[in-house]
Design a protein around this ligand. Sequence first.
Ligand SMILES: O=P(O)(O)OC[C@H]1O[C@H](O[C@H]2O[C@H](CO)[C@@H](O)[C@H](O)[C@H]2O)[C@H](O)[C@@H](O)[C@@H]1O
Length: 273
Amino acid sequence: MTSPRSVTAAGADGLDAIRKSPSEAVLGFDFDGTLAPIVDDPAAARAHPGAAPALARLAPLVGALVIVTGRPAAVAVEYGGFEDVEGLVVLGQYGLERWESGVLTVPDPPPGVAEARAKLPGVLEAAGAPPETFIEDKGQAVAVHTRRCAEPQVAFERLRSILAALAERTGLTLEPGRFVLELRPPGMDKGRALRSFIADRGARPSAVLFAGDDLGDLAAFDAVEALRAEGVPGVLVCSGSAEVTALAERADLVVDGPSGVVEFVGKLADSLS
Ligand SMILES: O=P(O)(O)OC[C@H]1O[C@H](O[C@H]2O[C@H](CO)[C@@H](O)[C@H](O)[C@H]2O)[C@H](O)[C@@H](O)[C@@H]1O
């Protein structure tokens, strides 16, 4: 297990509670940047090779194991190699989609997504977006990536308010991430997804853990902290990176990117076996 010196007191309590009653604990993980290393091309992202085996070891030892991701659920399952991880649930598109035991539930996207999709190329051109800017169409959402631009942060900042205005005009919400600006349906986020997943299970968890790396994961951190305030021990794990520091500032422990997360999961599984 990660050195106790680097774990906050609340995090140590949460880890103790998981070890005491693992079969009632709920453990959640983000995908990109947490289980999968960040790469330039979103379609080339794949989970760390140790991720699926480590999750497969952990799943039967805990009450619930859930991935909460901005990716479409089926994409996360494919890119993660998670098809055979028994008991794993994947909540995609910030909680709008659900995959469990090979069954995928996907709602119809709101009309604003089609409108944003149609308008985006013109909006990007009018904004003078660099040619390396590209659109990822996720069905329920459209994401504009600037990672491949010569100055990704400059391009990101230039587009941010313009895409916020487009989101407002189309009834969507703007979700900023690691050199990505997503226009997605409002009303759901990773915190609501996690809370609703826990509520649907019916039983109060013995403990809850969430591991993430990006701004979209802060809502899940909020949910864990709200549960703590209700008396449920919680653990906030940050998959550390130089690109985002907001999670490290709030986390109980910071590990070294996806390889650190995989090592953490493996050691947690060891301690529960
Ligand atoms: O909630 P997540 O699982 O973290 O997904 C968030 C977004 O991740 C993806 O973009 C990020 O990863 C890409 C691949 O490493 C990288 O190129 C990009 O810069 C990152 O922002 C994904 O493409 C989005 O659809 C997800 O919503």
